[in-house]
Write a protein that binds this ligand. Structure first.
Ligand code: TUI
Length: 319
């Protein structure tokens, strides 16, 4: 079903990445996904270097399979995290929320595979020229910090513009989404929200319940006026934030109001006053299960969908 070049590039069984979600993507979650044959990714988020080093070491105790570290480029600690991934022999780095261009030389020297998240064709082309190994092409259906284009529109445009492997992200949580991504030209997929609702995600139960109970229109975008739009489940916090945004508050005031809110939701379980980042696909996720089962089900569903499509192709064509 999958093209083999991404599996060969990374040494993984299935080209299914787990998104590098701040506070959520800990060593436990990443190890479980890697053990299940996907690519588990530890999120650095806004955490300091010592935390990330510790998480990398913990993951290595739990699995000897390939894994990645996501560097959130808006973090004040991003430079430190670059040093640490080079030091610790991390095989794969993904980046988000910015252009990783200035770090590429160092990653290359340390033989680290680099796979940035891109929200546009222009950044995809620039980064391919600079020698990145693959691209995560993320549509606006995704949770957290997002770009403007949908997965449906962005993935085929990037596919046509570059020749390195493409991993589709944003709005994918089952086998149908995987096959759709492959049809758009992707070589693999990245799932975030689906893995938040896993047994191994060390996320407060209130957060998981909020995603399980979410309906199709519950994930909305805040922060467009700050230049950092973020998709979250609507709650008391988003109502207050949007009110402040509409009142013409300064970017500083809005950022102050948003600060610390993700931790409040993920760690403390305050899903009223905290920021419950989530993709649009939350409405379709109805259970919490181990990563191994999630991945096995994804593969089975994708094969069933492909079988169905093949039968259609064999049918009579009416003109
Ligand atoms: O990074 C993410 N998702 C995130 S990061 C995050 S932490 C945060 N919290 C509040 C405000 C901002 C961040 C929560 N969720 N996804 C990957 C992603 N990267 N989406 C969009 C981008 C992106 C945007 C612009 C990548 C590159 C880029 O480049 C701009 C440029 O410099 O050319």
């Amino acid at each position: 079903m999958f093209d083999s070049r991404l599996k060969e590039l990374l040494g993984i069984k299935y080209p299914i990445f787990q998104g590098g979600m701040a506070w959520v993507a800990t060593s436990e979650l990443a190890a479980a996904v890697s053990e299940a044959g996907g690519l588990g990714i530890i999120a650095a988020g806004n955490a300091p270097g010592d935390y990330v080093r510790e998480e990398i070491r913990k993951l290595k105790e739990m699995t000897d399979k390939p894994f990645g570290v996501n560097i959130m480029l808006l973090s004040p600690f991003a430079e430190d995290i670059v040093d640490i991934v080079c030091d610790e022999g991390v095989p794969v780095v993904t980046t988000g929320a910015g252009n990783p261009g200035k770090f590429l030389e160092r990653f290359r020297k340390h033989n680290i595979k680099v796979i940035p998240v891109v929200p546009t064709v222009s950044l995809a082309k620039r980064l391919e020229k600079q020698g990145v190994d693959a691209l995560i092409v993320e549509g606006t259906e995704a949770g957290g910090h997002i770009g403007e284009l949908t997965t449906m529109a962005l993935v085929p445009q990037v596919r046509d513009a570059v020749s390195i492997p493409v991993i589709a992200a944003g709005g994918i949580a089952d086998g149908r989404g995987i096959v759709a991504a492959l049809a758009l030209g992707a070589d693999g997929v990245q799932l975030g929200t689906r893995f938040v609702c896993s047994t191994e995600a060390k996320v407060h139960q209130n957060y998981k319940d909020k995603l399980i109970n979410a309906k199709d229109r519950d994930a909305l975008v805040t922060g467009r006026s700050t230049g950092h739009p973020v998709r979250v489940i609507k709650n008391q916090f988003t109502r207050e934030f949007i009110e402040l945004e509409k009142s013409g508050a300064s970017i500083e005031d809005l950022e102050k109001m948003g600060s610390g809110r993700l931790r409040m939701a993920v760690v403390e379980g305050d899903v009223d006053k905290g920021s419950v980042m989530s993709g649009q696909i939350a409405g379709m996720i109805n259970d919490i299960k181990p990563c191994h089962e999630i991945i096995q089900q994804l593969i089975q569903e994708a094969q069933q969908v492909l079988g169905k499509l093949n039968n259609l192709e064999g049918g009579e064509v009416h003109e």
